[in-house]
Design a protein around this ligand. Structure first.
Ligand code: SF4
Length: 209
């Protein structure tokens, strides 16, 4: 299960809807008899801790010299992210193999919709989100701007970078794991969602390279 479903303190600023866990998601899995293995929060580990300090560099940067080199900075940031995520995904794929070797079934991975890292079928257009954040004065960066414009407004279909790395590592090990996606938009608007009410969105380890 994605880390922030058990601990929302790792969410981007403004993305947490409660102080701890998304209890209804956990209750649903527990009521269905599943054990829960918490995945690492890849952004916390790659982007400078719980506040993700490295990702704040270009906030409110429009008009400053940094803004002119944003394309270059974003490319370097993504490269760095991919290196760290490959290492984390390798560890998670080892964990999956360990459970399977030990006679247990990893029933599924639960990612987070709209996340640039943990999205299973919806992710974030990082360039578009960066434009929103670079153009918004810090004082005007409210929770609503963050969620409605920088996140939900910049969603696009696709896998997040960590889920993509995990997919590749599972494929290398010939492990397959179905993947579901927690609907961030539903959580932000307080709508109830049944995680397991729909079939898995994807099967990791099975996609073409
Ligand atoms: S979606 Fe993934 S990267 Fe983002 S806070 Fe949750 S666990 Fe961390």
């Amino acid at each position: 299960m994605s880390h922030c479903l058990l601990n929302e303190n790792t969410r981007y600023a403004g993305g947490a809807t409660r102080s701890g866990a998304v209890t209804e998601a956990i209750d649903e899995l527990m009521a269905s008899g599943y054990g829960i293995h918490q995945l690492p929060c890849p952004e916390r580990l790659a982007w400078g801790g719980a506040l993700k300090r490295h990702s704040l560099l270009l906030h409110d940067s429009k008009g400053r010299p940094l803004y002119r080199v944003r394309a270059l900075l974003l490319r370097a940031f993504l490269l760095w992210t991919k290196v760290i995520y490959r290492r984390l995904a390798r560890q998670v794929s080892r964990d999956v193999a360990d459970y399977h070797r030990s006679g247990m079934t990893v029933a599924g991975v639960i990612g987070i919709g709209a996340s640039p890292s943990c999205g299973v079928t919806t992710t974030l257009d990082m360039r578009a989100a960066l434009e929103v954040l670079a153009s918004c004065p810090t004082a005007a960066l409210t929770r609503e701007v963050m969620n409605e414009r920088a996140v939900l407004g910049c969603r696009r279909p696709g896998m997040g970078l960590f889920v993509r790395a995990l997919d590749a590592q599972l494929r290398r090990r010939r492990e397959v794991v179905p993947a579901w996606e927690h609907d961030l938009a539903a959580e932000l608007s307080g709508r109830h969602q049944g995680l397991l009410a729909t079939p898995p969105r994807r099967v990791l380890g099975e996609s073409p390279p």
